[in-house]
Design a protein. Sequence first.
Lengths: 349, 348
Amino acid sequence: MKKKLLAVAVVGALASPAAFAQTLYGIVDVGYQNSKYADGDVNKHFIQSGQHSGSRLGVRGSEDLAAGTYVMYQIEFNIVADTGGPGATDTTRLTFVGLGSKAWGELTLGQQYTHSFHTFAVGSAAGYGTFSSFYTGGATGSVIATRASNSVKYSSPVMSGFSVGALWSPGVATEPTAVGASGNGNYMDFAVRYTPGPFGVAISHAIATAEAAGVDNDTDSTQITANWDNRAFGIYGGFQQRENDGAVGGATAVDSEAWWLSAVARFGGRHELYFLYGQGENNLVTGQESKRMAITYQHVMSKRTRIYTSIGRVTNEGGATGVLNGQAGAAPAANYDPRGFQLGLLHSF
Amino acid sequence: MKSKLLAVAVAGALASPAAFAQTIYGIVDVGYQHAKHADGDVNKRFIQSGQHSGSRFGVRGSEDLAAGTYAMYQVEFNILADTGGPGATDTTRLTMVGMGSKAWGELTLGRQYTHSFHTFAVGSASGYGTFSSFYVPDGPGITTRASNSVKYSSPVMGGFSVGALWAPGGTLATESTAVGASDNGDYTDFALRFTPGPLGIALSRARQITQAAGVENHLKLNQVTANWDNRAYGLYGGYITRRNQGASAGATPTDVRSFWVNPVARFGGRHELYALWGKVKNKLLAGGDASVVALTYQHVLSKRTRIYTSLGRVDNDAASAVELNAFASAVAAGYDPRGFQLGLLHSF
């Protein structure tokens, strides 16, 4: 899937021979979306970047060090493929450096994916993209911190199906310097995964801290995900709960639950069909709930190129404003039921 | 001209063998410009990026798929070669993905050139760069690129080619979501070209919509361009009208006509001489006419490297504020700007 730009073996001046590899890679994903997010004379035509996978351009590499260890880095630019993204072409997608070994796992530092993010994939046939993924935001969706800045992350190797990970970040945007806010913006999470195949199960727990004037407020997110997948058929699903101490410490009150089922059928070597049903409840408002349904078909043209198309809808109740994953347009009014259709082309290199 | 970093043929598990190619390419163009843009104690010395061709750095590639089709992509970063451009190194130059075949043409999606842009080249010996190109914003006023666009480009069949582009929100940063503005920012264009060589002729039509509170205003740009070029001498030219429906929907009233001639002489394998004479007529202003004259010499050091130098001037009537192409500064109405430029371009 990715090509090596360069692979040079150098017998250097240092004690051990060092192997060095570097890869340029990326994804360009652009497509059409018909998004019904309001009634009346509003635009419903959108050309969107990254409906399936975020468009990106990156460089990564590694170097072998002594005793089976290696050093690695990755820098990934955000590519806004529909507009060229005035000003948005930064490396907030991924930027890190780390050390690792096959036996002991990897320690990485920088802006990187959280373990809660990785754990979601165990319960999502459609990954993080298309309407058929439940990777949605809002009080009635699955709210997962995708990436953490200023983070130190440990990821174990997979040992007879088991793997664990932990991440700590003292300030997911920038570290706090105000008095009485020493823990503000702290994020940490850990995950335990058992994925021997053809089934897998995983849990993660994340704590995001807000603090103002010495008052702490922890938002706890717990996630359980599982799948069974024999490559022809698969069923995926998960449950997530989020809660904090209410509206203290400069945070807004959070208390929500969500669960989803995501099924996949693959046939003929080139065809993939995904389904999603999921619902989320905001426990702070009686009866506030969003139900999401979607179907996606993906035509696999090659390992690197695919066409995807979806239809989806959301039913909002009790003042909910949930939308489909990656839905374009303005936020819907309370209780409005958004619908969408998407058709896109993805090429990775 | 471009270097292939890698070209690997893979016989994969899928039905057809897939070939894959990837290229890193770019242009760095920096030069000096002496711009007389106002009288008095004002700076006239500028070091400019992209006076001939916009400085850029890009990656592009393609992959062969079944039945003669292919998938392709291109990501091109904007390089401000004079300052490094704090914050401006985005990919607004070009970012797209597409599918195509030799027989059926190409369908591409993303941020890309319009067909009106391509059509201009048929009538411009100097392309889009140097003072000798008539690609001035106040004159032809062509939309260079469209965001959020879907574009079809046919193959060239017996000299003929056609193309069409549709972009909901093509001239905006993002598609409109306001009530009563469902078509605001929409851009569509199409072009028909007959370029068998040594002559070519092309026409294009573009429509750009402004809409507010349910009221639409269409800005239409019609273009006819032509050339005759035997590689030693060439004569290029074109005619453009640009007009909208007045001040409705918050738009600026527009009714501008322009035409130009742009000859070229190439000699000794390394020398190119370009001249431009063009006129802009703004029908909505008394004294809204301007004429542009320029002369450019380019010394071709190699296929990839050239030095260019130009002299140019604009005669503006009392209400006109037209500048030279790639001029370093805007001018006041009625002022007659003059300029000299000397730059070095290297493409890779």
